[in-house]
Design a protein around this ligand. Structure first.
Ligand SMILES: Cc1ncc(COP(=O)(O)O)c(C=O)c1O
Length: 429
């Protein structure tokens, strides 16, 4: 059982980043035992869960943190003098501190709890965007964005009479960096880019992109939804201005996510939603707003979700992000070789640097049919456009099959996937 209160004081006291650790081989048997759902049987078969880019499974530590919260801590935060409220507030504060350390932010005031990456991006579009973008201005994204990093900008552009510019990708699914640089001009007000493509697995050259944008004085929002589960992220080293991610893709619960923003930018931005907690004082004549981060957290937040996200980040930090990255790199290389050499299979997204995702199509077999056949074998993959329809259009296909990996996956599971794809090929050949 995770004790939520006990480490609170220690976490609050510690302002240091987590110590860097060299990659170690992971004890996969032990890790898999930490995830109760992996013991499920699907159609009588062992579950092989390869849909981690959609959402990852939860370790016992996260499930326990939620149960512990509701059994021992539950109270509304910030406004109570009673003991439970103080405990709940401390645990919530500690979770913010854990997030700060996990992404190496300088200050907890820069960590805003939101519902997920989608809400984080909408928050920036509706506050920073609405105050900085005017008619004729431009927002630059890339051709490999998730709909969550396209549509909020389209809504803003439509409202303001601004233009969305899109940096192209090549046939491997890599960003064309020269074209990206050319698209930044005096009218560019914001660059909004993914760190890892959910449809292709491409890791973008983020440092270079941020440097290029900053040279022209343009701030950069990073969609880190598919990055944080796979490798260490340091927002200060990246020097990004905003960073968005979802808890549920990084072993935490659904309904909680994070927006990181540089303090000076957040201070200058108007609030997103109005309500309790985000105010300093309210009269009918005038309302003044609360300090960061509360200015952007109107209403009762997902308290248990934030605490459980903290537990998730602690869990993977203890395994070591470099160890996770090394293990998943091995899985992806193995899967790329095995799946990529199957007859009739074409990989979609062959960037030199990829993380977590293997997308492919198969001659004569629609991805949905493949997904259905694999499900009968207990294998969960995702099929469709992966909320990245412009990526599908770029490659001239309606959909792909996507296997995506997490720390608990094994080479044996990839062998099972390969066997399942072979079976599907036989059925449809
Ligand atoms: C790259 C990327 N960005 C944003 C999102 C949106 O995440 P959420 O639905 O958790 O807000 C996703 C979800 O798949 C994603 O893959």
């Amino acid at each position: 059982m995770t004790t939520v209160t006990q480490p609170v004081a220690a976490r609050l006291a510690s302002n240091d980043p987590l110590p860097g650790r060299a990659a170690q081989p992971l004890d996969l048997k032990k890790i898999r035992a930490d995830f109760p759902i992996l013991a499920e049987r699907i159609h009588g078969k062992k579950l092989v869960y390869l849909d981690n880019a959609a959402t990852s499974q939860k370790p016992r530590a996260v499930i326990d943190a939620i149960v512990y919260y509701y059994e021992h801590l539950n109270a509304n935060i910030h406004r109570g003098v009673h003991t439970l409220s103080v405990r709940a507030t401390e645990a919530h504060d500690a979770a913010r501190q854990t997030v700060r350390r996990f992404i190496h932010a300088a200050d907890t005031r820069e960590i805003i709890f939101v519902r997920g990456a989608t809400e984080a991006i909408n928050l920036v579009a509706q506050t920073y965007g609405r105050t900085h973008v005017a008619a004729g201005d431009e927002i630059l994204i890339t051709a490999m964005e998730h709909h969550s990093n396209i549509v909020p900008w389209q809504i803003l552009c439509e409202e303001k009479g601004a233009h969305l510019r899109v940096a192209p990708i090549d046939d491997r699914g890599e960003l064309e960096l020269n074209e990206f640089a050319k698209l930044i001009g005096p009218r560019t007000k914001l660059v909004a880019v993914t760190q890892v493509s959910n449809a292709l697995g491409t890791v973008t050259p983020l440092r270079e992109m941020i440097e290029i944008a900053h040279r022209q004085g343009v701030p950069v929002l990073v969609d880190g939804a598919q990055a944080v589960p796979h490798f260490a992220v340091d927002v200060q080293a990246l020097d990004c201005d905003f960073y968005a991610f979802s808890g549920h893709k990084v072993y935490g619960p659904t309904g909680i996510g994070v927006l990181y923003g540089k303090r000076a930018l957040l201070e200058a931005m108007p609030p997103y939603q109005g309500g309790g907690d985000m105010i300093s004082s309210v009269t009918f004549a005038k309302t003044t707003y609360n300090d960061l981060p509360f200015k952007f957290e109107a209403g009762t937040p997902d308290i248990a979700g934030a605490i459980a996200l903290g537990a998730a980040l602690d869990y993977i930090s203890n395994l070591g992000m470099d160890s996770i990255a090394a293990h998943e790199h091995d899985l992806l290389a193995y899967a790329t070789e095995k799946v990529g050499s199957l007859p009739g299979v074409q990989l979609i997204g062959t960037a030199r640097e990829r993380a977590g995702v293997l997308s492919f199509v198969m001659d004569g077999v629609h991805p949905h049919d493949l997904g259905t056949i694999l499900d009968r074998e207990g294998i969960a993959i995702r099929t469709g456009h992966h909320c990245a329809q412009p990526v599908m259009e770029r490659f001239g296909i309606p959909a792909t099959a996507r296997a995506s990996f997490a720390v608990y996956n094994t080479r044996e599971e990839i062998d099972a996937l390969v066997e399942g794809i072979r079976k599907a090929h036989e059925v449809f050949a």
